[in-house]
Every structure is written in structure tokens, then in C-alpha cells.
Design a protein around this ligand. Structure first.
Ligand code: KG4
Ligand code: ZN
Length: 333
């Protein structure tokens, strides 16, 4: 049952084919970094236009890489939300139309659920239930996961998502877009003792996060000091340390509250080296995360979740629909 997966929710056109018996047969990704870099962030209209240019050729390539013909595909999955409306519309229009043309079912999938489930493609993957930390450019969620589609949100960010805070802080330090990985690389050169940033919201009960104050703290620290490369690295270090520490504290709290014994971390920010190491080293539960290329947006997550959903006969009606805002707790079609 090879299923084609199409991910175009933001600035990556990513395609993959997943087969229930044979696993991942092919995956292709094209990143729009160069398109957006000169603007310092994603320009939605340019993102949509670039998806239009790249998606079909990548699908062609993927089918070839998998050694298949289009007639052998048994379903098409595409990201239906959350994400940029225009970008989503490109993937949904192409995906829904191809499925119609090929006479196979289509399914619109939830981007964050796809981030979550891709961890199951790893040899070392968790059993249900588990606690999940979903950290991306648009979301920061602590979720009690009892099974596929059984999600209870325990906490989320009240303002900036953690990836967004990384990106904004990186921008203020003059780093190129996308800032998260750049800031993290710079943080490695930072002096650990020079600055200490606050750990937001840890002194009050609850599992909510807030990262916008940390970003302001970084701006103020930057303005009070010289703008040498070393100072920037020291600020990056203090920022990353505070973010990671805050997430660790909240994960510990959520594990204690739920008595869950497994933690899964997914989404773009889960590619962060310090976060991966710290959670593994400091928690006395089993910690799982995907390989780094499956943390940031990719096609494998769309194809795999699509295959899972199509296996349970969940299909999209004959309409092209997207949900730019879509809570993971409301997966009804
Ligand atoms: O999941 P993702 O690729 O796209 C969304 O669904 O948003 O996540 C992108 C986010 C960006 O904010 C990016 O800066 C951040 O993940 N990110 C990182 C790292 N790699 C990606 N943040 C910190 N450290 C990293 N190594
Ligand atoms: Zn994502």
C-alpha cells in the first residue's frame, strides 16, 4: 500500500512515499531558505509561488526514486493544516486533484500530529501512552498521548512558540534566517558563566510556557553590552540554556503529574543538540526523538501519518479544504 505524502505547510516542499510493508520508499525535500533569507523571515506569497514551482517535479522524482509508477500508489496524503493558508492550498489542490485523477483516496493530515507520529519510523520508538513535547516554529505543546488521535493538551505557550523565540532572538543578534539552528551553533562558542537569563513561568504552578519575555531579556542584554561576536555568542548561550532548562522543568512537572514513563520530543526545535542531550541526561524516564532530519518539516511525516489514517479508512471528501488554524485535539474532518 504505497501512499504519497505531500508537505507544503510553510517553507519546505517535501514529498515522500511510505509503504506499510516496505517502509519509506523515497523522500525528497526542497527548502525555500534562499527565497526568504533576504527578507529575514518567511514571505507567505513567495512561499506559495515556490511550492507551485516545486511540488509536482518533486512528486515525479519521488515516484521514480521509489521505482514505482503513479498507478501503483494507493492513496495521497497532504498537510491540511495548521500552516500558511496559501502554502497549504498548493499542497491540498495538487494532492486532492492527483488522488481524484488516479482514482485513489486522499486524506488531509494535521501537521503537528505528523511531527508527533514520525517518531514511530525510528527503530527505537515508544509504545503508547507517552508524554509528548511538540516544539516547532508555530507551536509549543505538552501533550498526554494515549494513542493515535487521543490527545490531551496539558500546557502550551501563552505567547511566542519556542521556535519563534529562537528565530526572533537570532534575528536581533544579526543571524540569518532561519535563526534557530544558527543561534544554537553560535551558542556553542558562548561563555557559560557570563550571563544568566530567567526561567519564565517556573515559579508558578502549571504547565504553560511563555517565551516572549526571554526574547526581550536578550534584546536588553544586547543593548547594555558591546556588540562583539563573543558577546553575541554569550547571549545565545544564555538564551538557549534558559529555554532548554525551562522545558526540562516543565517536562519533569508533567511527568510527575501524569505518571507517564516515556517522553517523546518532536518538531523543528527537537533538532536542538542541547535540548536532546539535556532531556536524555536529566530525566529518569525513557526519552525518544526522531533523527534530526525528521525533526524539521519533511515528507516522511506526511506519508507515514497519511498511511496510518488511510489504513483506518479515514478519507477526505471530494473537496479542496485547508485549516490554517487547527487544534490537534479536534481532528474531525
Ligand atoms: O517543525 P519546523 O520545521 O516547522 C514548523 O512546523 O514550524 O520547525 C521550525 C522551527 C524554526 O523556528 C527553527 O528555527 C527551529 O524549528 N529549529 C531549531 C533548530 N532547528 C530548527 N531551533 C533550535 N535549535 C535547532 N537546532
Ligand atoms: Zn513543522
Amino acid at each position: 500500500m504505497p501512499v504519497l505524502g505531500i508537505e507544503t505547510s510553510c517553507d519546505e516542499s517535501a514529498i515522500a512515499i511510505y509503504d506499510g510493508d516496505r517502509g519509506l520508499l523515497a523522500h525528497e525535500i526542497y527548502s525555500q531558505i534562499e527565497v526568504h533569507r533576504q527578507y529575514g523571515g518567511v514571505v507567505p506569497e513567495l512561499a506559495s509561488r515556490d511550492h507551485i514551482r516545486k511540488t509536482l517535479p518533486l512528486i515525479d522524482q519521488c515516484i521514480k526514486d521509489a521505482g514505482l509508477t503513479a498507478a501503483e500508489l494507493t492513496g495521497v496524503a497532504y498537510t491540511k493544516g495548521p500552516g500558511l493558508v496559501g502554502a497549504l492550498m498548493v499542497g491540498a489542490s495538487i494532492g486532492r486533484s492527483l488522488a481524484y485523477g488516479w482514482g485513489v483516496p486522499a486524506v488531509g493530515i494535521h501537521h503537528m500530529e505528523a511531527h508527533l507520529m514520525v517518531v514511530m519510523l525510528e527503530e527505537n520508538h515508544p509504545e503508547f501512552p507517552f508524554l509528548a513535547l511538540l516544539v516547532s516554529g508555530g507551536h509549543t505543546l505538552l501533550v498526554d498521548v494515549q494513542g493515535l488521535g487521543q490527545y490531551d493538551i496539558l500546557g502550551e505557550s501563552l505567547d511566542d512558540a519556542v521556535g519563534e523565540a529562537f528565530d526572533k532572538t537570532a534575528k536581533l543578534l544579526g543571524l540569518p534566517y532561519p535563526g534557530g539552528p544558527e543561534l544554537s551553533a553560535l551558542a556553542e562558542k558562548g561563555d557559560p558563566g557570563r550571563f544568566t537569563f530567567p526561567r519564565p513561568m517556573v515559579n508558578r504552578p502549571g504547565l504553560e510556557f511563555s517565551f516572549s519575555g526571554l526574547k526581550t531579556f536578550a534584546v536588553n542584554t544586547f543593548h547594555k553590552n558591546d556588540d562583539s561576536e563573543q558577546t553575541k555568542a554569550d547571549i545565545a548561550h544564555a538564551f538557549e540554556e534558559a529555554v532548554v532548562d525551562t522545558m526540562l522543568i516543565k517536562c519533569k512537572r508533567a511527568l510527575k503529574q501524569t505518571r507517564l514513563t516515556r517522553l517523546v520530543m518532536v518538531g523543528g526545535v527537537s533538532a536542538n543538540k542541547r535540548l536532546r542531550k539535556q532531556l536524555k541526561d536529566s530525566l529518569d524516564v525513557e526519552v525518544y526523538y526522531p533523527r534530526r532530519e525528521y525533526c524539521t518539516d519533511n515528507g516522511a511525516m506526511a506519508a507515514y501519518l497519511g498511511w496510518l489514517r488511510l489504513s483506518t479508512d479515514q478519507t477526505e471528501p471530494l473537496a479542496i479544504r485547508v485549516k490554517p488554524r487547527w487544534p490537534i485535539t479536534d481532528l474531525s474532518i
